[in-house]
Design a protein around this ligand. Structure first.
Ligand code: GLU
Length: 545
């Protein structure tokens, strides 16, 4: 046994398996048509950030009919929260993101490449760590926090690069006997990479989003296993994504600077690196500049925000697609009815610098999405939301589901549907005049009309109003009223001779509309009146009079 093997045996006494055993346990994936394998790999902090949802969505879209799995990176126990795993799974599921493999709950998973919870993969990491020690690519380091801080200060004073490398790597070549003695004394140690890199050499890779990236090679002896034997992100990434057969690593671009470390780890482990796709963060416009959406400052950074406001998950997804792929909006125009899963998503069409997130735009997109939903779906989703966030509204909507659905049916035409509702929290206002409990009964008549004329219109209408009229008869009756009251029956006539009339048919309908609904602007008034019924229409007209 040479020194390296002796060191490996000393550090990993209980480890008998080899990397080959591991690779056999996780056979290569069969990808007959070049299917992609991607993964979403969050920490179970429970908090689903809009950026996390975005990355998860991109991973899901990139995999398409291939495999997208969920791996939980729970190596940082400090950040973990109870229910973190469930929170993330359910949060993503609400946005239509489900996984083919991986974690399905805090203690459950599916798929042949597990465990998908990093804390359950300890032995696996040890196997590969041991092999690196055997190959001379890893060594134990006993430096304490204090010693490292001291070293950092010295490096600063000498204007050297900070870190643990080259001549600064004090534990790189400790004699075997010393290592043995220190371990026997119970000294704690981490396992470090013995980096073969040279900073005067370049490494490069082709990023699927950002294009060719070239950086100096890594020379840092980064930590592979922490004192408690838990791997760092870097080491776990190289081991897991190899064993799990990930073909495309789609992750936040804060990892770009670590890519040289990762490429080196793949190299020393003898693995082929995956394709990297580094996704830019979602940005927000502020004071004419752009900044990252912040978990601390921006409520809209949390996915929970969209639920509370009542944005349908479909709207959020649709909006994220518009900021994810520059050609999505054109595709949507050409395919207004298509399921967005049919959109040919491309990593190369992603923004390299960071897409701008704009709530106003989300609202517009959402209005479009809601406008093409069937009324039954609008009712169901609005009621679901109200049940949780507006119990009074929920009570009213659910008391008579058919009535509520009929409200949402008004003007829900296939050709030019109205776009009044952007989120379920808009519904209370939108439906308010259908419910006496919600309606404030305020009516503001057009200022250019005399009070006497308003009254004349209302009393005349009370006489001709007939709930049995069809829509044409109903409108004809309003037109008939105009001339005797001094209003033009056509806007055209009025325009020809504005001095000859008090106003036109539009003003007359406006008065009726405001009396019945309190609004200047509503969907089809005939349909509204039909739904309200004769008694309430008459009552509102007389009340207004
Ligand atoms: N756990 C890492 C993170 O939360 C995953 C990054 C990756 O996708 O590799 O950022």
């Amino acid at each position: 046994m040479d020194d390296r093997q002796a060191l490996a045996a000393l550090l990993f006494a209980g480890i008998t398996k080899t990397p080959e055993d591991m690779l056999q346990q996780y056979p290569k994936r069969v990808r007959e048509n070049g299917e992609k394998v991607t993964r979403f790999a969050p920490s179970p902090t429970g908090f689903l950030h809009i950026g996390g949802l975005f990355t998860a969505m991109v991973n899901r879209r990139v995999a398409g009919d291939g495999i997208c799995f969920l791996r939980m990176e729970d190596t940082d126990k400090k950040r973990e929260v109870a229910d973190g795993v469930t929170g993330i799974i359910q949060g993503l599921h609400r946005f239509g993101i489900d996984f083919d493999e991986g974690m399905t709950g805090p203690d459950s998973e599916k798929g042949a490449y597990g465990p998908y919870l990093q804390s359950k993969r300890r032995e696996i990491y040890q196997v590969f760590a041991k092999s690196l020690v055997e190959k001379g690519y890893a060594y134990p380091c006993f430096c304490t926090e204090e010693a490292l801080a001291e070293q950092r200060a010295k490096q600063e004073a000498e204007k050297c690069n900070p870190g643990y490398y080259g001549r600064w790597a004090a534990c790189r070549d400790l004699p075997l006997e010393e290592v043995k003695a220190r371990i026997e004394r119970g000294e704690a140690f981490v396992l470090r990479l013995r980096s073969p890199g040279r900073p005067d050499h370049k490494c490069s890779f082709k990023d699927a989003v950002k294009g060719k990236i070239e950086m100096p090679e890594n020379e840092q002896d980064i930590v592979l296993l922490k004192q408690d034997g838990i791997p760092t992100y870097h080491f776990a990434h190289a081991v897991d994504d190899t064993l799990m057969g990930t073909t495309h690593v789609v992750r936040g671009d804060e990892w770009i600077s670590s890519a040289p470390v990762h490429l080196q780890l793949f190299y020393v482990l003898g693995f082929k690196p995956p394709v990297y796709a580094h996704v830019s963060p979602i940005m927000k416009e502020e004071d004419g500049g752009k900044r990252k959406l912040s978990k601390r400052k921006d409520p809209e950074a949390s996915v929970e925000y969209y639920r509370q406001e009542g944005y349908p998950a479909a709207s959020v997804t649709e909006y994220l697609l518009t900021i994810a792929n520059s050609n999505f909006e054109d595709w949507r125009k050409a395919n207004p009815k298509a399921d967005n899963r049919a959109f040919p998503f491309k990593l190369t069409n992603m923004s390299r610098s960071g897409a701008l997130f704009d709530l106003k735009k989300l609202n517009d997109v959402s209005k479009n999405v809601i406008s093409v939903m069937p009324a039954e779906e609008v009712y169901r989703l609005a009621a679901d939301w109200a049940k949780e966030y507006d119990p009074e509204l929920y009570g009213l909507l659910s008391k008579d589901a058919a009535f509520a659905t009929a409200i949402f049916s008004i003007d829900r035409t296939p050709v030019k549907p109205r776009k009044d509702i952007g989120k379920w929290s808009d519904v209370r206002d939108y439906v308010s005049y259908f419910y006496e409990e919600l309606w404030d009964r305020q009516r503001q008549m057009p200022e250019h009309l005399e009070e006497a004329d308003v009254k004349a219109i209302l009393s005349a209408y009370l006489k001709v109003y007939n709930p049995a009229h069809n829509k044409d008869e109903w409108f004809a009756a309003i037109k008939e009223m105009c001339e005797p009251l001094g209003f033009a029956r056509e806007v055209k006539e009025y325009k020809k001779n504005p001095g000859g009339y008090k106003g036109h048919v539009g003003d007359v309908s406006s008065v009726i509309r405001i009396a019945v609904t309190g609004r200047k602007n509503t969907p089809d008034l005939y349909a509204i009146a039909q739904l309200l019924g004769e008694e309430r229409v008459r009552q509102r007209l007389s009340e207004c009079l």
